[in-house]
Structure formats: structure tokens, C-alpha cells
Ligand binder design. Structure first.
Ligand code: C2O
Length: 358
């Protein structure tokens, strides 16, 4: 059976990385079912590469304004910046549970924990999370074409913390104090194979070439029908969480998280914000990181013939999110498959890892 949406009225304090944090959204019994449009909207929201966005000051100004407005919303408003970060926390730190589906007329009232990482729910959950986050930002600035940027870490020009998140620490709402100081601009090249320690002896060119080779092997060494390696392992109702991550989720997704957050080998040893589930969404760079993760799914399908999973346990799994009108909406994996129906796509960019220099 598919993993049902969480029962948000039974949301609990976190039990994982950080015990006892309240990441729950406001309760409600009114749930809307998401309606996928029959055809794409006339104008798509096109997500730009973050490192190019710096050359488009009007875009950066809009993005900053939208985040600032989101930060200014009331604490009870599910669109509020902190509450949006808590969406991630609730879905990965043991707060959310679903009720086991009824089998043979017997209601099994057992509550099971929901975990959206390390399984085939990874791509669709994060696609939906960004979808609602982006629509909230667009709505706040009354610009339906507004799109999140993607952190283009798979191309040499994007293998740094993007400048739009780093400049002007005082006035920039995209800045986050909880990032690894050694990796801040004009700092070191992003190492997609980062293992939690700096001070390796590789020079920048070697890191860049290794990154391209990593991308090549993660994206192109798997056949177009080997969905387990791409999406992650099956996670069905009743299964233990974390059956196993797909290629990209492990590297570079996890490694970029750890590279960006504070150094967890130094006090206070937490790795906040990006390096831990409960706080990752508090860093605006999270959404640019995940836009590029999402772009890997998009490229895999559109450029490399990858196929989605046909199993209905995947397709009918569902999640809940508050939308830009503060309505709680139930969405399915099935409705996440076509980004143009969701109203967005990605700016065309070079794919230098197709043929990295060996
Ligand atoms: Cu939900 Cu990048 O983690």
C-alpha cells in the first residue's frame, strides 16, 4: 500500500536529531485535494541558475523582497518563514505519523512514523515542498512568474556558495549566519564528495574534475529503467523508514548539505542549519539546493530517457502542505511527475558532466 498523508492532528514533538522540538503546523480538519490542471499554464515559472541571477538585479530584488515578506508573516501563519522550515522538520524528525490502512475490514489503528528521506519518496516530497514554497513567494510579491533559483553545483561556475545568498550579511534576507565559514565566498570550491572535513590536498581543478566525474557516474551509469538506483528503494505502508537512498540523494545531495552547514567537528557540533533535518529549511539556500536536486529528476527524464516508477504504491503516496491561501492541500506523487503541469521548468544550462575530462 502507498504511504498515506500524515495525520496532522496527531503531530508530535520531534524524536530524532533534536528531541522535543515542536515542528507541527497548525491543526485543521479541512483538507483540499490538489487539482492538477489538464494543460500547462500559458507562462511557466522558469527557474534560473543562482550564479547567473547575480546579473539580474531586478530578479534578486524580487526574491529578497519575497523572503523578507515571508519572514514578516505572523507566527500563526503557515506561510511564515519559520513555519515553512518546520515543514521539513516535521516530515523527517519523527513528528508525523500515518494511520495504517484498513485491511480486510479490520481497522489497524497503529500509527507509523513518516520519513521522506532515504527512499523513493525523496524526489516527489521535495518537489512538492518547493512547489508550495515557490507559490507562496510568488503570491507575496504578486508575481505569478516568480521562480526559485537553482544552485547549479553540477557545473564549474556553480561550484561555490552562490553570491546572492552570501553578499550583504546585514541586509540580505537570503544570508544565513549558520553556514560553514570556510566555505563562504570567496571561499573554497564546493566538493561534491565532501566527507565532513576540510584540509584535503586537492587543488581546485582536481576538485572540479572529480565533481564532474561524480555527476557523470551518479546520473549516467544507471539504465533508464533502473529506478531503484535513481529514486531510492520502495517505502510502502508498514515499512520501516529509511529503506535506502537513491544515487543523487546520497551524493551530492547529502554532501552539499553537510558542506554548507557549520562544521560539525567543531563546537557546538550541530552542523546547523543545512547539515541537519530540523534546521535545513531555515537556510534559504536549501531551496536553491533542492531546486537543483529536482532538476536532476527533470534532466534524467527529459534528456536521458529516465522513466518514472509505475508502482501504484509510489504513485498514490500522498503528502499535506499549506498553500499560498493557507489551505491544507493533499497531493500525490502521481501529480508531481510533470513539472510543466505544475507550471515550472528550468532555464537551459550546460551539462558539462555528460563527457567530463578524464
Ligand atoms: Cu529533505 Cu535536502 O533534505
Amino acid at each position: 500500500d502507498p504511504i498515506p498523508a500524515p495525520d496532522i492532528n496527531k503531530c508530535t514533538l520531534t524524536t530524532e536529531d533534536l528531541k522535543g522540538l515542536d515542528c507541527c503546523p497548525k491543526k485543521t480538519d479541512i483538507i483540499y485535494n490538489f487539482q492538477l490542471p489538464a494543460s500547462p499554464p500559458a507562462v511557466l515559472r522558469t527557474r534560473p541558475a543562482a550564479h547567473n541571477a547575480a546579473y539580474h538585479p531586478e530578479y534578486v530584488a524580487k526574491y529578497r523582497l519575497a523572503i523578507e515578506l515571508m519572514k514578516g508573516l505572523g507566527e500563526d501563519d503557515p506561510r511564515n518563514f519559520r513555519n515553512q522550515a518546520n515543514v521539513h522538520c516535521a516530515y523527517c524528525e519523527g513528528s508525523y505519523h500515518y494511520t495504517m490502512p484498513t485491511k480486510h475490514g479490520i481497522i489497524d489503528g497503529i500509527l507509523k512514523e513518516i520519513q521522506v528521506h532515504s527512499s523513493w519518496l525523496f524526489y516527489p516530497f521535495h518537489r512538492w515542498y518547493l512547489y508550495f514554497y515557490e507559490r507562496i513567494l510568488a503570491d507575496l510579491i504578486h508575481d505569478p512568474t516568480f521562480a526559485l533559483p537553482f544552485w547549479n553545483w553540477d557545473a564549474p561556475d556553480g561550484m561555490y556558495m552562490p553570491a546572492i545568498f552570501e553578499d550583504d550579511p546585514v541586509l540580505n534576507p537570503l544570508y544565513d549566519a549558520n553556514r560553514n565559514a570556510k566555505h563562504r565566498l570567496p571561499g573554497t570550491v564546493l566538493d561534491l564528495n565532501y566527507h565532513g572535513k576540510d584540509g584535503n590536498t586537492k587543488d581546485d581543478n582536481t576538485i572540479i574534475n572529480d565533481n564532474l566525474r561524480t555527476m557523470n557516474s551518479k546520473m549516467l551509469s544507471i539504465s533508464s529503467t533502473d529506478w531503484c538506483s535513481f529514486f531510492g528503494h520502495p517505502y510502502r505502508a508498514g515499512y520501516q523508514p529509511n529503506p535506502g537512498a537513491g544515487n543523487i540523494e546520497s551524493i551530492p545531495h547529502n554532501t552539499v548539505h553537510n558542506w554548507t552547514g557549520t562544521d560539525s567537528s567543531l563546537p557546538p557540533y550541530t552542523g546547523e542549519d543545512m547539515g541537519v533535518f530540523y534546521s535545513a529549511g531555515r537556510d534559504p539556500i536549501f531551496f536553491a539546493h533542492h531546486a537543483n536536486v529536482d532538476r536532476m529528476w527533470y534532466l534524467w527524464k527529459n534528456n536521458f530517457g529516465g522513466q518514472d516508477i509505475e508502482d501504484t504504491d509510489w504513485l498514490d503516496s500522498s503528502f499535506l502542505f499549506y498553500d499560498e491561501k493557507q489551505r491544507l492541500v493533499r497531493v500525490t506523487v502521481r501529480d508531481s511527475l510533470d513539472t510543466t503541469l505544475l507550471g515550472y521548468d528550468y532555464q537551459c544550462a550546460d551539462i558539462p558532466w555528460i563527457d567530463p575530462a578524464y
